[in-house]
Design a protein around this ligand. Structure first.
Ligand SMILES: [Mn+2]
Length: 430
């Protein structure tokens, strides 16, 4: 039995206030969609089955390289983080899995599994960390990890990834995500070819240790912390990695890890076409890897990404089982509220993409009717699908308005009394 953190009567009282209006809005939207030949119940059923994993590091307050301003009642460690994650799932019913980060979340795997079971949470992809030095480690990652010029440093980085797989196996995870900060800050500092050769050889060792039913996700990022070049800088390099390593290796697309104005939805389409889309780190950005809340800046872009995903889902694209994960840094909001909203925005983009009239779109594309083709997407995007999202939550035992219910519950105040303020915590940005 799940150990829910928000009292059932709070949820019931909050839902009672909004149930009448939701019924009216849902019926009105259902009538509108029926005129377009869409069965609202089919859409609601799909939305209810769409889940996105919450990152353990997302429930702590993030920061920048200038400063971090801690919030109240911040989680003190992984077990507090799991409590916060369970609140997000309890209210949204959209986030049943948590993505752990080692070493930030290192604990006895048996205890992690028991806590997850008690809260009704599972574990998504494991995230390794060779972009910072753990206390007491023998070799520093200052000049790189899996691609380091020194063999002992590379071996240490490989060993860390193998440990992440071992922990993951014990808690039911099925994937390892590898992002390295390796790269260079000056032209000439690093030999591009040799660094990539060393990276591929190290990743091949990690790949060898992967259980048969696991995936290895490599994550590209064009800059930061290395500001001149990174070893895994873009989707092309990422594709080469996945292709070189083998069928269990796929590419992870973090929406913030591209140059501004990059056509990310087209990258997504290319990776799907060749069976190499492993999954996502959802977030939003304005200028760089801002790690802002999903859908906060460019909701239309998020929709266009989901348009590709739904297209692939409906035509049964080969090897298409992407992992959906959030990767954000919450600097000025209550992280629980940001993650609630982000899960909702991701589901919103999915629901809108389900409304695209794909037959009409195909015929406009074939007939070179650019205006009506783009209008077909816009028509789906303009539809206010909030009643579908709210109804999916309500039917699954969640809340019609999760942020309102969260605030009414007083959860943050309650945990603030138990969790003393701390300047530490793993509010990392990756
Ligand atoms: Mn990421």
């Amino acid at each position: 039995m799940a150990e829910f953190k928000i009292a059932a009567d709070v949820i019931a009282a909050e839902n009672d206030k909004r149930a009448g209006a939701l019924r009216e809005d849902y019926d009105a939207l259902g009538a509108n969609l029926a005129r377009r030949g869409i069965d609202i119940e089919a859409v609601t059923a799909k939305v209810a089955k769409f889940f996105v994993a919450v990152p353990s590091w997302g429930v702590g307050t993030g920061g920048t390289r200038f400063a971090r301003f801690p919030g109240t009642g911040e989680p003190r460690g992984i077990f507090d983080k799991l409590d916060d994650c369970s609140v997000i799932h309890q209210l949204t019913r959209a986030t049943p899995n948590v993505s752990l980060h080692i070493p930030w979340d290192k604990a006895d795997p048996k205890e992690l599994k028991a806590k997850g079971d008690a809260l009704g949470l599972g574990f998504d992809a494991m995230n390794s960390n060779t972009f910072s030095d753990a206390p007491g480690q023998a070799h520093s990652y200052k000049y790189g990890s899996l691609s380091h010029t020194d063999a002992a440093t590379r071996a240490q980085a490989v060993e860390h990834n193998l440990e992440c797989i071992e922990i993951g196996k014990a808690i039911g995870s099925k994937a390892l995500t590898v992002w390295v900060g390796d790269g260079s800050n000056f032209p000439g500092q690093s030999n591009f070819t040799k660094a990539f050769e060393r990276y591929l050889a190290a990743m091949a060792e990690i790949y060898k240790a992967l259980p048969d039913d696991w995936k290895l996700f490599s994550e590209h990022k064009m800059y930061e912390p290395a500001f001149y070049s990174t070893v895994v800088q873009d989707w092309g390099t990422n594709y080469l990695i996945a292709q070189t390593l083998g069928p269990k290796a796929q590419c992870l697309v973090d929406l913030g890890h591209h140059a501004p104005n990059t056509n990310i939805e087209m990258i997504v389409a290319r990776l799907i076409q060749f069976g190499k889309l492993g999954g996502f780190h959802f977030n939003d950005s304005k200028y760089g890897d801002d790690d802002l809340d999903a859908g906060a800046i460019e909701p239309y872009r998020l929709f266009l990404v989901f348009n590709e995903l739904v297209d692939a889902e409906e035509r049964g694209a080969r090897g298409f089982h992407p992992a959906h994960m959030i990767d954000q840094s919450h600097n000025v909001t209550d992280p629980i509220e940001s993650l609630i909203n982000s899960a909702n925005e991701i589901r919103r983009a999915y629901a809108q993409a389900l409304l695209v009239d794909r037959k009409a779109l195909e015929s406009y594309q074939d007939g070179n009717d650019a205006l009506m083709a783009t209008e077909t997407l816009k028509r789906a995007y303009r539809t206010d699908v909030e009643p579908i999202l709210a109804e999916a939550r309500r039917r699954a035992g969640g809340t019609i308005d999760p942020v309102a219910a969260y605030r009414a519950s007083g959860y943050r105040k309650k945990v603030a009394a138990e969790r003393p303020a701390s300047a530490a915590g793993g509010g990392g940005i990756i």
